[in-house]
Design a protein. Sequence first.
Length: 84
Amino acid sequence: MVRKIPLRYTGTDRTQLTREDLKRADRCIALDRSEHYPMIGEQFPEWQDKVEYWEISDVPLTHPEIALPAIEAKVLNLLTQLAK
């Protein structure tokens, strides 16, 4: 609870991305290009180059103590950009 995010907003199950999710989004972000670019290409080829990739590898390639602060920094930067 370091970030004070209630546990009811978290979960261990993955949620499948849909074409409707992509259509409704103003911005699409994936973490690791090497993992997600091919997956997006297989499922949603027209979106493969429209997604912004943050180049943060998933576990086990990047330890959470490194990945989570990197993700937080990207999110805070995004919030700053959106506020302008």
